[in-house]
Design a binder for this molecule. Structure first.
Ligand code: NDP
Length: 287
């Protein structure tokens, strides 16, 4: 049924979140620091608030989608009294420590706090493939889950308000290192006349198929025994040929050298016959 909800921050993402709420028929009040960003939403049926305080007072549920942690404090610090007794769902990207700090601030102010990490771009909101990670107040998640599901698949990670942000950033870490791997491959073939587009056509099915290896690595890591049979040994896949071919093309070895460094650390400590999942130990114990 109808929920009264206020959205603070109408950037690309806040506007997409607010539009989905309006479309679903929720009484949606919107506010943005600079003026002129509310008109589209008002045309769709949203109510415009002149101040953040007015927006907070309009609804028991307040969504913050601002630039960063500092901007959330800048907007909400003066409104702690008005926020008391309400629920704050903050989907602004922050670090886990910042999410925990905001949760503590909210607890002091008597505010129910749920932190969210958005795994989508604005055009994906409300579409298949959109996923949002939450942690913090169980009561807030349970009460508002039907509304949150309007934006994408909602996953709850428990009471630690930093855990959604941690998973968000861990997923992005995986993404960026994969992206760097793709660009490295494109740089390797470029001097030999293969375009980046041609390389992308090869890399997309290849890397997609290789994600099938994640669960196998996870089973070894979670099992706590890196010596289980059926793994390709680190000595066999030490990346030597890849590094040589990279140097021969006259390009930087940084991206693959980083991975080889993690492998070499395990070979040097006598674990060369174990599988790739073993690099977990290099990452857990730097140096
Ligand atoms: P935009 O840059 O489009 O919008 C930023 C918003 O923050 C604007 O409404 C801006 O107001 C407001 N803002 C910035 N500083 C302040 C301040 N000091 N006081 C009040 N308001 C302020 O960013 P997005 O909408 O794309 O992103 C919003 C959040 O969502 C970010 O934390 C981002 O990391 C996260 N996110 C975004 C994704 C994306 O693909 N866009 C994906 C996943 C997460 P004003 O208009 O006045 O400048």
């Amino acid at each position: 049924h109808d929920v009264q909800v206020s959205v603070l921050g109408l950037g690309a993402m806040g506007s997409a979140l607010a539009a989905a709420l309006v479309k679903a028929g929720h009484a949606t009040t919107v506010w943005n620091r600079s003026t002129g960003k509310t008109s589209d939403l008002v045309a769709q049926g949203a109510i415009s608030a002149d101040t953040a305080g007015e927006a907070v007072r309009a609804s028991r549920l307040v969504i913050a989608c601002l630039l960063d942690h500092a901007s959330v404090h800048e907007v909400l610090d003066p409104l702690s009294g008005e926020l008391a007794g309400r629920t704050l769902i903050n989907v602004t990207t922050t670090t886990p420590a910042q999410a925990r700090e905001l949760a503590a601030w909210a607890a002091d102010a008597g505010v129910e706090y749920l932190d969210g990490g958005i795994m989508a771009v604005p055009s994906m909101i409300g579409q298949p493939g959109s996923s949002i990670l939450y942690s913090g107040s169980t009561a807030a998640f349970d009460q508002y889950k039907p509304l949150l599901d309007l934006w994408g698949t909602s996953t709850y990670f428990g009471e630690d308000p930093g855990l959604a942000s941690l998973c968000d950033l861990a997923l992005l870490a995986g993404m960026y290192v994969m992206f760097a791997g793709f660009v490295h491959g494109a740089a390797m073939v470029a001097p030999s006349g293969v375009t980046a587009g041609e390389f992308a056509a090869m890399a997309t099915p290849w890397l997609t198929a290789m994600t099938g290896a994640f669960q196998g690595f996870a089973a070894v890591i979670d099992g706590g025994d890196y010596t289980v049979d059926g793994q390709q040994s680190l000595e066999f896949s030490d990346l030597g040929d890849i590094l040589t071919a990279t140097s021969d093309q006259g390009i930087s070895t940084d991206v693959v050298a980083m991975v080889q460094h993690l492998i070499q650390q395990q070979i040097d400590t006598g674990h060369g016959e174990e599988g790739f999942a073993r690099i977990m130990e290099s990452i857990k114990q730097p140096g």
